[in-house]
Structures are given as structure tokens and as C-alpha cells.
Write a protein that binds this ligand. Structure first.
Ligand SMILES: Nc1ncnc2c1ncn2[C@@H]1O[C@H](COP(=O)(O)OP(=O)(O)OP(=O)(O)O)[C@@H](O)[C@H]1O
Ligand SMILES: [Mg+2]
Length: 280
């Protein structure tokens, strides 16, 4: 569980706060998507959840963030990492090993996981992420999607309760992006892992996330179930935040009084709605 209370943060070189008076509760087992315009503060918010802020970035920090009861101000990112695992956008520069299994091993050794447990953790994790066949491959020979899975595997091998990902599909093609979301859904549903993800691919995000947080100019504008948040489509459009095209469609149909105020998130839902309307 994560609690954020009256959090504000201004980077040392920043003129204005990157985050202003953020209040947030993230429950165990949540699957949360974070969206907002470029420069809204999405990455900054993720840094406050794993202790990178205030420990690695200088600035003015007000308020409090607790992760599983641990105050991030008093606990270093290294201690928090066993509770909240982070997958950053620039995975290439963060990979330390040349072979897949070594990348996972490195993290386990770094966090002093007992030696007799290591082999089991590596094979279990590779299996869970669906990359057992890549175990002895050279990381440099992998595709973007495969590398992203290795990065996620290296983090979840540490068994964090919470996984924070900042645009993990940024460099990936649509098919690999779907695979990453399927993996996150599996970790969320089968392992009860809390997933917090900043993501630009809005259709995909809305299909998999249970809740959405919209950040604008350092403040939380909306926070709620995906459908409830998407009802504010006109406000979101004004901010330049993308919404799924299916939502644009049903909003337009509602304005034309062709249907009620329903929100279609998937193509299937939109298709059903259009069929219902056109069949009378
Ligand atoms: N290291 C830094 N020093 C000073 N200001 C920063 C730093 N990093 C980010 N900022 C500023 O903080 C604000 C929030 O940035 P942040 O990177 O969190 O936005 P974002 O929502 O992740 O944007 P994007 O969609 O482009 O990734 C921006 O105004 C940005 O210029
Ligand atoms: Mg960012």
C-alpha cells in the first residue's frame, strides 16, 4: 500500500513545483495507469514512489510518502526496492549483464538473496515472464520486447509487492506492447502484484488498467475507475491528453442523442454499441 500526503516537489533547478499538493492512496492489488501531458509530472511522481526523490534528486520536498508503512524520506531507495520495484524507460543503459540469467542473478546477489534460493528464483521468474527459452541468450541479441521482459524479470525476481513502470512500451511495436500488458495483468491477477504504469498507448492502457490518474501541471486532476475518468473526455482533450478513439466515438453519439452516457473502452464494446443503435 502506498500513501501520498500533501506532497509537493520542486527540482533544485526548477522554477515551479513539478508536483503540487498530491494526495493519493494506492491499495494492494491495484492496477493504475498514469496519464497527462508532456511535462505534467508523471515521471516525477514515479520517482517519489520508489525514493529516487528525495534521495537522488535535490530539491524542495514537502509532505510524506509511505510504501508499506515505510517513509520514503527515512528509507533509502535500496531498502524500498524490495517493496517497490521500478522499471525505468531507458532500460538499455540500466542493464548490467550481457547474458539474460546474469542480469537476474545480479539483482538477487545485490539484495543478498540466500544462495540456495537463487536458482529457484531465476527459473521461476523466467517462467513467469514467459522467457525461459531466453535464459542463456546474449541481451544484445534480443528484440526490444524481449529486453523489456528481461528488465521486468530482473525486478520481479526480487518479489516486490508493487511494480512501477515508466513508459515501458515506449520503444516497442504494438504486438510486443500487448505482450507486456498481458504479462502485467498476469502478475497483477495471479501474484497480486500492484501495478503502477505511466503509458502513452492509451487504448492498451485503458483496456488493462483498473484505475486512471490524470496529472496536469503537477496536480492530480482526476483519479478513479477508468470509465469514470474517461467521462471527462472534453476536459481531457482540452489538456491535450489522448483518449481512446472508442470513447470519442461514444461521446459523439451521446451528443447526437443516439445513446446514453456509456463509455466504450474496447473495439468490441464500441461495435456492440453501434450495432445496437443501428438495429433500432
Ligand atoms: N532533473 C530535473 N531538473 C529540473 N526540472 C526537471 C527535472 N526533471 C523534470 N523536470 C521538470 O519537472 C516537470 C515534470 O517533469 P516530468 O519529467 O515528471 O514530466 P512527465 O509528465 O514525465 O513528462 P513526459 O511525458 O515528457 O515524460 C517538467 O516541467 C520538467 O521540465
Ligand atoms: Mg516522463
Amino acid at each position: 500500500m502506498i500513501t501520498v500526503k500533501n506532497l509537493s516537489f520542486t527540482y533544485k533547478n526548477g522554477n515551479t513545483p513539478a508536483l503540487s499538493d498530491i494526495n493519493l492512496e494506492i491499495s494492494d492489488g491495484d492496477f493504475i495507469g498514469i496519464i497527462g501531458e508532456s511535462g505534467a509530472g508523471k515521471s516525477t511522481l514515479t520517482y517519489t514512489l520508489n525514493g529516487i526523490i528525495p534521495h537522488h534528486y535535490d530539491g524542495d520536498f514537502y509532505g510524506a510518502v509511505t510504501v508499506n508503512g515505510m517513509d520514503t524520506f527515512e528509507n533509502k531507495p535500496e531498502s524500498l526496492a524490495l517493496h517497490v520495484g521500478s522499471v525505468f524507460q531507458d532500460i538499455d543503459s540500466r542493464m548490467v549483464a550481457s547474458v539474460v540469467e546474469d542480469e537476474i542473478l545480479f539483482g538477487l546477489e545485490n539484495f543478498s538473496v540466500p544462495h540456495n534460493e537463487i536458482e529457484k528464483r531465476i527459473s521461476e521468474t523466467l517462467e513467469a515472464v514467459g522467457i525461459a527459452d531466453l535464459r542463456r541468450r546474449n541481451i544484445s541479441s534480443l528484440s526490444g520486447g524481449q529486453k523489456q521482459k528481461v528488465a521486468i524479470a530482473a525486478i520481479i525476481a526480487l518479489k516486490p509487492d508493487i511494480l512501477v513502470l515508466d513508459e515501458p512500451t515506449g520503444e516497442l511495436d504494438p504486438q510486443s506492447s500487448v505482450q507486456i500488458f498481458r504479462l502485467l495483468k498476469k502478475l497483477n491477477e495471479e501474484n497480486g502484484m500492484t501495478v503502477i504504469i505511466v503509458e502513452q498507448k492509451i487504448m492498451l492502457l485503458c483496456e488493462y488498467a483498473k484505475k486512471l490518474i490524470v496529472i496536469s501541471n503537477g496536480s492530480i486532476l482526476y483519479n478513479g475507475n477508468v470509465r469514470e475518468v474517461l467521462r471527462n473526455i472534453r476536459e481531457l482533450e482540452k489538456l491535450g491528453v489522448n483518449v481512446p478513439r472508442t470513447v470519442t466515438l461514444c461521446k459523439r453519439l451521446e451528443e447526437l442523442k443516439a445513446c446514453g452516457n456509456e463509455i466504450c473502452i474496447s473495439i468490441d464494446e464500441a461495435e456492440n454499441l453501434v450495432r445496437r443503435i443501428t438495429n433500432g
